[in-house]
Design a protein around this ligand. Structure first.
Ligand SMILES: CC(=O)N[C@H]1[C@@H](OP(=O)(O)OP(=O)(O)OC[C@H]2O[C@@H](n3ccc(=O)[nH]c3=O)[C@H](O)[C@@H]2O)O[C@H](CO)[C@@H](O)[C@@H]1O
Ligand SMILES: C=C(OP(=O)(O)O)C(=O)O
Length: 458
């Protein structure tokens, strides 16, 4: 599967942000619904026989992409402020070309399979987008769909699926607790005939929120201990009303930015329960935080305490471990810690590409083909052997940076804000807007000195 994000292009046009670094970020930002839930919640709306309403929807490109996909299938989608209304009562199949136009850079089309097979008896998956962070196969998805009873045909356009004999519940064990494959099984099993038992499932907060949505729609889903999820198929689901859980990746990105720039940022909407592992790491590094758990106005303030940051040895993992999408902004903060840190990536094959740009800025980061402490990775075959060793503190200096993917891009923004001098970061519109709402306005609100080539800062 190819990725539209796969080939970073040298920025030539206006897709560049000029950052005058060296200013601590101070102030407040608000995070809305999580990118990694909202897009899936939109797919779930396809399963309903009545309209769904999703609140706290962020203005990000992934939402636009899924809106386009739902519309080509005849779903009426309207956005009012941050509330999304989706009416799937006239769902219809769409042509390959129409779907390709709307597939964009997202990985979401793969998740339409189950709902479309239930609603229309067939589905089509184009080449998928998403971040270019190593191989992103869909073998678990297709294997599970086949077991549910789908017939899968690949041709030059993409993958065509049909379900001539309907879909039936399965007993299935994932080789790795894949987020997307768990969602695939959930979205298919809720209306399959009989019961499905999924073992070694992913249990990320976004998945639990998706389960809440499906339950509101009429599904019967039991989350057992030890990564086992049981789904009893039902004949019909109705629409839902739901407020998306806040984006814990965006929240952690702002927290890391506060630490790396020696600032203080209140992230309104950030929730302690979904960020416990991050908060432990943040504190271990020496960062300070305070939780305000007011249900509407609350959030978490993150700040640099004014004393030297401490090195840590950590590894990414599936929930409840340290999220792989938290890794890149944290590494920038670790360039400022006093000593040797290790960040071991166990989820993706190739998620340290961005460190070469940090090295050009003066960071002392080496990549090693070894596991943390020489021990094998927890997930058998996931032994990708990728560790970054960060020797800090390093004085970062300005550079021209080319963003390779979404989270790497935000880490480049943080590095540029922490660095002395003026950096140019290319690819912000192409990559950052996929997952960070109004990031420029938020940066300006925090006192960052940024400008577009055509504008002047005050
Ligand atoms: C839109 C969305 O929610 N994206 C998130 C989702 O991605 P996504 O759902 O794509 O990530 P997965 O959890 O599925 O992938 C984890 C690992 O499993 C592998 N794999 C996955 C499926 C498959 O069929 N075969 C296979 O080998 C992948 O290559 C990767 O090495 O979870 C990731 C892990 O928390 C996050 O980084 C992404 O931000
Ligand atoms: C990897 C990410 O997303 P996606 O799965 O949409 O590429 C991410 O959000 O960092």
């Amino acid at each position: 599967m190819s990725s539209t994000d796969a080939t970073p292009e040298t920025g030539t046009s206006d897709d560049v942000l000029i950052i005058h670094g060296g200013t601590p970020l101070e102030g407040e930002v608000t995070v809305r619904g999580a990118k990694n839930l909202v897009s899936k919640a939109m797919v779930a709306a396809l399963l309903g026989t009545s309209p769904s309403v999703l609140r706290s929807v962020p203005a990000i490109r992934d939402v636009e992409v899924v809106t386009g996909l739902l519309r080509v299938h005849g779903v009426d989608v309207e956005l009012d402020g941050d509330t999304l209304y989706m009416d799937p009562t006239s769902v219809e199949s769409a042509g390959v070309e129409e779907i390709n136009v709307h597939a964009g850079t997202s990985r979401i089309p793969i998740l339409l399979c189950g709902p479309l097979l239930h609603r229309l008896g067939r589905a089509f998956i184009p080449d998928l987008g998403g971040c270019n962070i190593g191989g992103r196969p869909i073998d678990f998805h297709l294997d599970a769909l086949r077991k549910f009873g789908a017939v899968v045909d690949k041709d030059a356009d993409g993958t065509h699926l049909s379900a001539p004999n309907g879909l039936h519940g399965i007993r299935y064990e994932l080789e790795f607790p894949s987020v997307g494959a768990t969602e695939q099984v959930l979205l298919t099993a809720v209306m399959a005939k009989g019961t499905t038992e999924l073992r070694n499932a992913a249990i990320e907060p976004e998945i639990i929120d998706l389960i809440c949505i499906l339950q509101k729609m009429g599904a019967i889903i039991k989350v057992h201990t030890n990564r086992v999820i049981e789904i009893v198929g039902v004949d019909e689901l109705k629409g839902y009303r739901h407020r998306a859980l806040p984006d814990r990746i965006e929240a952690a990105s702002w927290a890391s930015a506060a630490l790396a720039t020696e600032g203080s940022v209140f992230v309104r909407g950030a929730q302690q329960t979904d960020m416990m592992t991050f908060l432990n790491v943040f504190r271990s590094i020496g960062g300070a935080y305070e939780v305000d758990d007011d249900p509407t106005e609350g959030g978490i303030r993150f700040w640099h305490p004014g004393t030297a940051l401490k090195p840590v040895a950590i590894e990414t993992d599936v929930h409840p471990g340290l999220m792989t999408d938290w890794q890149q902004p944290l590494v920038v903060a670790l360039t400022q810690a006093d000593g040797l840190s290790i960040m071991h990536e166990t989820v993706y094959e190739n998620r340290f590409g961005y460190t070469s740009e940090l090295r050009r800025m003066g960071a002392n980061i080496e990549l090693y083909s070894d596991c943390l402490g020489g021990t094998p990775c927890r997930w058998g075959r996931r032994n990708f052997l990728h560790s970054a060793v960060i020797a800090g503190p390093s004085k970062l200096h300005a550079a021209d940076l080319q963003i390779p993917d979404l989270r790497a891009g935000f880490s480049h923004l943080i590095a540029a804000m922490a660095a002395e001098g003026t950096s140019r970061v290319y690819g912000v519109d192409r990559y950052i807007t996929r997952g960070y709402e109004n990031f420029e306005a938020k940066l300006l609100g925090l006192g960052a000195k940024i400008e577009r080539p055509s504008t002047k800062i005050a």
